[in-house]
Design a protein around this ligand. Sequence first.
Ligand code: GLA
Length: 393
Amino acid sequence: MASSFPSVSELVAGARHQYGKVFGEEAPLVAVCAPGRVNLIGEHTDYNQGFVLPMALPLVTVVVGSKTSEQDVTVVTATKDVDEPVRVDFSLPSDGSPLSPGSPSWANYVKGVIHHYRAPPVPGFRAVIASSVPLGGGLSSSASLEVAVYTFLQQLKPDDGEKVAKALSCQQAEHTHAGVPCGIMDQFVSVLGKEGHALLIDCRSLEATSIPLTDPELVILITNSNVKHSLTGSEYPTRRRQCEGAASILGKASLRDATMKDLEEARDKMDDVTYRRARHVIEEIERTVQAAESLKKGAYREFGRLMVESHNSLRDLYEVSCKELDELVSAAMEVEGVFGSRMTGGGFGGCTVTLLQAGAIDKTILHIKERYNGTPTFYVTTPSEGARTLSLS
Ligand code: GLA
């Protein structure tokens, strides 16, 4: 009943086929992939230097291709969401000047990663990109594309292999070439994700602790609302600014350094919206640390309770949920065997993540389908490995 998605090897086979069609007989020499992610808890805390608890998904972006002797780049997408493959050609500037963003917008991620690659200059190449991460679905299709392209470039011209620096370069690509002032969570977990584990990432020190998540009695269900409200683009930078404003009123470098006591004491120095944004962040950072402890102990009920608190806070204080996500969470919580459910990612559409007993999966999917006023897509997922090279033999 859950959606099936192509395996990594199926994506590679599709991309190779496309490569042959576009570039003739010659076979690609390099294949890599980088995963999308789902965040279990810790939302809108990364750019406040707080904690997040995501895991890498088996949904990935694949890049296959080869270096060329020219200074030109040709990239073709073979994504299932796009009927006709789209081809983009551009020349690499010889003086290191930035590649300007343009159309199609997905190519901006490629250009941004080339620009921020840590061992310039990048050689010319030909590549085909294929992805099983739903586009714009809140599962970090863009971070998986950035990290996949970076991993591909590492095969053409190695950098020092430093993984956190790699994630930071990909985040920079998103800032400068997609115009999204995102935090570090998505790129970090796409690079450093670990099979069978969630990652508790400290977004201040950029250190991560991996927490095992392989209990066969537990299922992680992602439900895509299949809606995307246009607010996302403008609201994200606004939230970020509001948080920075709150931190500065509190005299802190970031909200990570603030307590609820600090906030209550300064309440009359800020407007109500700023107060509510800051309260979400301060409490969410605390919830995330607690949730990681619960997960380590196998205290799933406790974990689930924190997920629901997180959702309610995102809905009421941070105001980034929407009626579709609220509906999906309420429906999931009505089913016996569900521990917790919440919106995941930036908000205003996209997906929810639900933790439940393995035995309850069928009835949960059925119930959500019945109750949701839309057409959801379901993914039953397991924590997967971060970006990696793939064999072409
Ligand atoms: C998006 C951003 C992340 C993070 C989440 C919200 O996914 O890319 O950096 O801020 O939203 O938690």
